[in-house]
Write a protein that binds this ligand. Structure first.
Ligand SMILES: [Cu+2]
Length: 254
C-alpha cells in the first residue's frame, strides 16, 4: 500500500514536470524567453526635435592642461587644450541635450552595443557622452601609464578602478538615470569627463557646430534640457507632432 502511494506520487510528479516543461517541445528546457520589449508607441506617429546650441560672445580660450607631473603624458600628448569650451562661430560643443520630462512611464527597447570611454594621450575621449540605464560602458586605457577611473555619481554607485597597464579594459553599467555622472583621474588632475545616464534613448551631444537632433520621439509635450559642464543648464518646452520637426535652440553666455 505504501509502495503504491509512492508510485502514485512519483507519477503525479513526473506528469507535473512534463507539463511544466512544455511537454518536451522546443526550448530544450530553457526558461521561457522574455517577451520582447514592445515599442512604447507607434513609430509611424513619431516626430523630431532639432536645434542648435549657441554661445553669446567670444568663446573662452581653451585652458592649457599642465601635464608635467607625468613625463609619459607630457611627452606623448598631442592635444593639451581643455575640452570645456569647444565650438566655432558662436556654436557650442560638448553640450548634453536630452528629454528631461515627458517620457515618464514609457518603456523603450534596450540599447544595442557598448559605449566606449577611452583614456588616450592622458585625456578622456569623448569628454561628454550619454548612456542608457543598463547599457555597458567599456573603459580602456590606451596609454603606457597608470590611469584610474573614478566616477562620482550621486544616484548610482561610486567606483574607482586603477588601470596600470596599457590596453586594460573595464566594464560598468549604471542602474539609475542621472545627469551627469562626473569622471576624473586621481593620477592626472586635468582629466575629467561626464556621462549622462538615461532610461530612454533621446539624448545627443553637440559637436563643434552646436547641432543636435532628437529623432523619432513619440508625439507629446516635453521639457528639453541642455547641460554644459561650466555654463550650467537651460530648459525649454516643446511640443512634438507627428511627422514634424520642432526647432529648439539654446544660447549660453558667461
Ligand atoms: Cu590619468
Amino acid at each position: 500500500m505504501q509502495q503504491r502511494n509512492l508510485w502514485t506520487a512519483l507519477s503525479i510528479l513526473a506528469l507535473a514536470t512534463t507539463v511544466a516543461c512544455g511537454g518536451g517541445g522546443e526550448g530544450g528546457g530553457d526558461a521561457p524567453a522574455a517577451a520582447p520589449a514592445a515599442p512604447a508607441f507607434d513609430p509611424a506617429t513619431a516626430g523630431n526635435v532639432s536645434g542648435m546650441v549657441m554661445f553669446d560672445g567670444e568663446l573662452p580660450a581653451g585652458e592649457e592642461l599642465m601635464m608635467n607631473s607625468d613625463p609619459v603624458c607630457a611627452m606623448s600628448a598631442t592635444n593639451k587644450t581643455s575640452d570645456t569650451f569647444v565650438g566655432s562661430d558662436g556654436h557650442l560643443g560638448n553640450v548634453f541635450v536630452y528629454v528631461k520630462e515627458g517620457l515618464e512611464g514609457q518603456r523603450f527597447p534596450p540599447a544595442s552595443g557598448n559605449v566606449e570611454l577611452n583614456q588616450q594621450g592622458c585625456r578622456y575621449t569623448p569628454h561628454v557622452m550619454g548612456i542608457r540605464v543598463g547599457q555597458t560602458l567599456t573603459i580602456t586605457n590606451s596609454d603606457p601609464t597608470l590611469h584610474n577611473i573614478h566616477a562620482s555619481p550621486s544616484a548610482n554607485d561610486e567606483f574607482n578602478m586603477g588601470q596600470p597597464i596599457q590596453g586594460m579594459t573595464f566594464e560598468r553599467t549604471f542602474d539609475t538615470a542621472e545627469v551627469m555622472v562626473p569622471f576624473k583621474c586621481d593620477v592626472h588632475g586635468w582629466m575629467n569627463a561626464y556621462i549622462g545616464v538615461l532610461d530612454h534613448p533621446y539624448f545627443a551631444i553637440t559637436g563643434t557646430d552646436g547641432m543636435f537632433d532628437l529623432n523619432a520621439l513619440p508625439p507629446g509635450d516635453y521639457v528639453i534640457e541642455a547641460w554644459h559642464e561650466s555654463l550650467g543648464t537651460q530648459t525649454q518646452n516643446v511640443t512634438v507632432a507627428t511627422g514634424q520637426t520642432a526647432d529648439v535652440s539654446f544660447t549660453f553666455a558667461q
